[in-house]
Design a protein around this ligand. Structure first.
Ligand code: AGP
Length: 611
């Protein structure tokens, strides 16, 4: 939920840290701070975004070769200067930043308060820091050992970066449940929540695992477990460029990522789908194909937009593979006492791979013997690493808080996975299998085509930007897309929106319909088309305003709807990858028309790594 950056080496640390924090603001941006070592420990921090901190400390002595930085999404303690990270220890000799939640911090705080410690902030981080310093003092041990002892008593999730005035070129880092990447340079090291702060300096990175601790110096990276055993750092070579992180000429990351979808869906299919040869190559599926094809049930756990991808997958997998599928909100699944039978397959869907609810849900399921299959976008993320198998969506860094290209990547992976299992099970005819492979192969080009009329959505957005409420309706495979469209509009424009199965309207929601209510129908040509035409007529009869996402060549709905947006014709199983795109654009342009910061909407963060 927060962004962390660290540097130690021959370069000036401050410019690297402050630039890195700007790239990580999508992880949270309610307060920021830095700590620099240079003949002493200097800490600068405040409520607000990185640019505000930068302006505040302009002109101060920021010379240093070792430092850490933090951009926060508040969990314990409201956004404020005091609660901003880094926190300083009672002695003032230590400074620490932290991403995660220390669940037993209240107990630790009570113990320390009884010893006379006084806390200036409301954060769990300050408690952990003083707990570490207290151990160092009482045990007369070095800082590294004190960190190890402390972390064995801690419950919760953390990534911590720690500076010590007495070791001016060293950063001590540790992680459990939140992400940490260490960039390996020549005589220098970089640390970050993801690779974006280090990309222009090095492509060689080490992903730190849970319960690991790193002692980082300019020329040395020591990795250990909490048992003080040395580990060999595994270096991964990254293949993402800095440009992939920047906006690429678009006004916002969200718009860039919507328009990237033809290429990101292509990247997702590349090397896997070969329609001509009639093959789908997915090692994660192949290595688990026996469990997948024999699964008595598939449980999909996810949150938000990823949960909507799971709903689409339910329709696709049940249709093609004839395996019962249940889609669960991860946050509910983890706290219920769910029935998990041996032979169940759990599919975890997550763009960030760090969503706390999803992560814990699959940890619980794994304890019950379920096979975990992770569909994740961020390489090396926690969910990816605890899954038994999986498939990356290869959508590249998704910076906008609203998930767009990752969503269509998830749908592409899930469809390929369903086709592969169905083929193995013999539950799909050769002809249908082949047709769907070619349909899938054509998706990038069809998305390219439908994006050509993106500007027409601007006019629709302008027309309805004043709406107070909106209804999104769809049937069958497009019902989850109606839910996704409603979520997008809510989170990007702050307009209240609800998604429903179109037929469900008559059981209550139709009472909302009047001349002020825009009703968005996801009505591409499919086996439900006639029914949804009737639903549109029911809305028109009550003076509702109808916006319809329809298939090129539809000659019925244009005569009924107030506004339409055409998408290319596609099999109903494939259509969701097309019909969701105009809804992404609609929420984007309404948000822009309303002056919302569409990349960083209020109250939201890109990766919800806390409960
Ligand atoms: C999507 O637009 C939202 N920002 C949010 O619902 C997101 O999908 C959800 O938090 C799950 O995130 P994940 O895919 O990284 O697990």
């Amino acid at each position: 939920m927060c962004g962390i950056v660290g540097y130690t080496g021959p370069k000036e640390a401050y410019p690297i840290i402050i630039t890195g924090l700007k790239r990580l603001e999508y992880r949270g941006y309610d307060s920021t701070g830095i700590a620099l070592l240079n003949g002493g420990l200097k800490v600068y921090k405040k409520k607000g975004r990185v640019a505000e901190l930068e302006a505040t400390i302009l002109g101060k002595d920021l010379h240093s070769h070792t430092g850490i930085g933090h951009t926060r999404w508040a969990t314990h303690g409201e956004p404020s200067d005091i609660n901003a990270h880094p926190h300083s220890s009672a002695s003032g000799k230590l400074a620490m930043i932290h991403n995660g939640i220390i669940e037993n911090y209240a107990q630790l705080k009570k113990e320390l308060s009884n010893k006379g410690y006084v806390f200036t902030s409301e954060t769990d981080t300050e408690v952990l820091l003083n707990f570490i310093e207290d151990i160092q003092k009482n045990n007369q041990c070095d800082l590294e050992e004190a960190v190890r002892i402390a972390l064995k008593r801690v419950t919760g999730a953390y990534v911590i970066l720690l500076l010590d005035e007495d070791n001016p070129d060293t950063i001590i880092a540790a992680r459990k449940g939140s992400p940490l990447v260490i960039g390996v340079g020549k005589g220098e090291h970089f640390l970050g929540s993801d690779a974006s702060p280090m990309l222009e300096y090095t492509k060689e990175v080490v992903y730190v695992n849970d319960y690991e601790l790193a002692i980082v110096k300019p020329n040395q990276l020591i990795l250990k477990n909490l048992g003080n055993e040395k580990l060999t750092p595994f270096i991964t070579k990254l293949d993402i460029e800095l440009a992939a992180i920047e906006k690429g000429g678009y006004d916002h990351f969200m718009l860039k990522e919507i328009f990237e979808q033809p290429s990101t869906i292509h990247d997702c299919l590349r090397g896997r789908l070969d329609a001509t040869a009639g093959t789908i190559t997915m090692s994660g599926v192949e290595n688990n194909i026996e469990q997948l094809k024999k699964a008595s049930r598939i449980i999909i756990v996810a949150c938000g937009t990823s949960w909507h991808a799971g709903l689409v997958a339910e329709y696709v997998i049940e249709e093609l593979c004839r395996i019962p599928v249940e889609v669960e909100y991860a946050s509910e699944f983890r706290y219920r006492n769910p029935i998990i039978n041996k032979g169940d397959v759990i599919i975890a869907i997550s763009q960030s791979g760090e969503t706390a609810d999803t992560l814990v849900a699959i940890e619980r399921a794994k304890e019950h013997g379920a096979i975990i299959f992770g569909i994740v976008n961020v390489v090396g993320s926690s969910i990816a690493r605890i899954s038994n198998g999986g498939a990356y969506t290869h959508a590249g860094p998704e910076i906008g808080v609203a998930s767009t290209k990752a969503f269509t990547g998830q749908l592409a992976v899930l469809t390929m996975m369903a086709l592969k299992i169905a083929k193995e099970k013999g539950t799909i005819s050769d002809e249908r299998y082949s047709n769907l492979l070619f349909e899938l192969e054509a998706v990038p080009e069809k998305v390219e085509t439908l994006l050509k009329s993106a500007d027409s959505i601007k006019a629709i957005a302008e027309k309805y930007k004043g709406a107070k409420d909106a209804l999104f309706l769809g049937r069958g495979y497009n019902f989850p897309i109606a839910l996704e469209g409603a979520l997008k509009l809510k989170e990007i424009s702050y307009i209240h929106a609800e998604g429903y199965p179109a037929a469900e309207m008559k059981h209550g929601p139709i009472a909302l319909v009047d001349e002020n209510l825009p009703v968005i129908f996801v009505a591409t040509k499919d086996s439900y088309h006639e029914k949804i035409v009737s639903n549109i007529q029911e809305i028109k009869a009550r003076k509702g305003k109808v916006i319809a996402i329809i298939t090129e060549g539809d000659e019925v709905i244009p005569g009924l709807a107030d506004d339409v947006y055409f998408v290319p014709s596609a099999d109903e199983i494939i259509a969701p990858m097309l019909s969701c795109v105009p809804l992404q654009l609609l929420s984007y342009y309404v948000g822009v028309a309303k002056g919302v910061d569409v990349d960083k909407p209020r109250n939201l963060a890109k990766s919800v790594t806390v409960e």
